[in-house]
Ligand binder design. Structure first.
Ligand code: SAH
Ligand code: SF4
Length: 366
């Protein structure tokens, strides 16, 4: 699909036409990745962050937030919980926390891989190539790094570099691919200043980047960030205006579904989650609507409850309301009620697994 055609769909508001989009995305999902919904246990292992993204509640500049970093034993506990709930993947996410040392994490990954059959996904920000290599060697399977927006000028305003180090998430995505990670990226939807053409270009890029995983969700303002106040500002404190009348992408629920559906059509075999941000804007139906409009993954939060409220990327994340077991039971019931199944095994990207000749798309270890 050309960028202009994607933009046309993003602007579409006729419910009957949108039904066509939902149906096409759902059919592509069924044809390419099947009915299984893969569950990934998400452990938010640290809320320390060296960066100052203008949109995020974990930004270094937030001095009012209590910070935590999980111990290796706490992470192992999360891995065991993931196994006991039947998940095939442990996702470790954190701020860009250099207190998470290269060797320490490599050792922790080795312990997880030694003790459990889990696939390990990392989402730890823009770490140097040596860290990424060491963790891959230790057994990490996948890495998630959203490029947030392909509008470079907008990106620079909301995602300031570390001193002396230009932020180039596209370059890191290439490194991840070269290292043999299953690679995921994505964007936020409805960033002030994000135009329809720019979001359409993001989605076209998903295809060009040949991503194995794509995560998109609405941008949700956090009041303790420069962008989250009544007059959104960039990381320098300068006002961040919305795009021109009619050009600004709204951070609405429906726009997020459109982006999920178009991502599925752009990358039919990608693993695409119905994100927590979606379930936050629609607590009752967000997962179902995401899953029936192109998504095939859910990432239940298995962070220990005492830390969960501190991992406040945006306010009122849907998952902080329930304990892991209750959430899990309810989620499985909801998936089955849709006529879908719960994925077994590691749930790797079907094309990636096939290309590597593992011969087991479910990822079960032989
Ligand atoms: N520090 C890592 C991983 C944690 S942040 C990183 O930055 O990659 C994970 C994702 O949360 C980010 O990529 C961003 O897309 C999303 N995010 C951050 N702030 C958000 C907000 N206010 N609303 C919605 N999503 C947000
Ligand atoms: Fe840190 Fe990631 Fe939040 Fe940016 S988005 S402040 S890197 S946690």
């Amino acid at each position: 699909m050309e960028t202009s055609e994607i933009a046309g769909w993003l602007r579409e508001e006729d419910p009957a036409r949108l039904e066509v989009l939902w149906r096409e995305a759902d059919a592509a999902r069924r044809q390419h990745v099947g009915d299984a919904v893969h569950l990934r246990g998400l452990a938010e292992i640290s809320n320390f962050c060296a960066r100052n993204c203008a949109y995020c509640g974990l930004r270094a500049g937030r001095t009012d937030l209590k910070r935590y970093r999980m111990t290796a034993e706490e992470i192992l506990e999360c891995a065991r919980l993931a196994v006991s709930l039947g998940y095939g993947t442990l996702v470790m996410q954190s701020g860009e926390d250099y207190g998470i040392g290269r060797q320490w994490l490599a050792e922790t990954i080795r312990r997880i891989k030694g003790e459990t059959p889990l696939a390990v996904t990392l989402s730890l920000g823009e770490r140097p190539a040596e860290d990424l290599r060491e963790w891959r060697d230790a057994g990490a399977d996948r890495y998630l790094l959203r490029f947030e927006t392909s509008d470079r000028a907008l990106y620079d305003r909301i995602h300031p570099p570390l001193p002396g180090r230009r932020s180039d998430r596209f370059a890191i995505l290439r490194i991840l691919k070269d290292l043999g990670y299953e690679t995921g990226s994505g964007v936020m939807i409805g960033i002030p200043g994000q135009t329809f053409m720019s979001l359409a270009e993001d989605i076209r890029l998903f295809r060009e980047l040949d991503l194995e995983m794509i995560g998109v969700g609405p941008y949700l303002p956090h009041p303790c960030t420069p962008m989250g106040g009544p007059r959104p500002a960039d990381a320098e404190g300068n006002q961040l205006p919305a795009a021109a009348e009619g050009d600004q992408v709204p951070n609405s629920e429906i726009m997020a579904y459109k982006a999920v559906a178009l991502s599925r059509l752009a990358c039919p075999s990608a693993n695409i989650p119905a994100t927590t941000a979606l379930a936050t804007v629609n607590f009752d139906r967000g997962y179902e609507l995401g899953l029936s409009r192109g998504a095939n993954v859910v990432m239940p939060n298995i962070t220990p409850p005492s830390y969960r409220a501190l991992y406040e990327i945006y306010p009122a994340k849907s998952c902080i309301r329930e304990d892991q077991e209750t959430f899990h039971r309810d989620l499985v019931r909801r998936i089955l009620a849709m006529g879908r199944t719960v994925g077994s095994g590691r749930g790797g990207n079907v094309r990636f697994v096939r290309a590597r000749g593992d011969g087991d798309s479910s990822g079960r270890r032989s």
